[in-house]
Write a protein that binds this ligand. Structure first.
Ligand code: FES
Length: 66
């Protein structure tokens, strides 16, 4: 789905960016220009990024506990 309509950025692109090492909204905005126009997508983009980061770190956390 489109998260940022102004810049045509999808949730998949945000998840891919997180997998490639993007770790903050500032970095996401710099790379994909999310929230750089009207800004309405900022909260949704933030939520998608945090979900993706949680998924990214989950395997390492599980390995550390195991
Ligand atoms: S919807 Fe993302 S900047 Fe407008």
């Amino acid at each position: 789905m489109y998260v940022c309509v102004c810049n045509r950025v999808t949730d998949h692109e945000i998840r891919d960016a997180a997998q490639q090492g993007i770790g903050s909204m500032d970095e996401l905005c710099a790379q994909l220009q999310v929230a750089s126009c009207c800004g309405r997508c900022r909260d949704c983009a933030h939520r998608v990024l945090h979900e993706a980061l949680a998924e990214r770190w989950q395997p390492r956390a599980s390995a550390a506990l195991g």
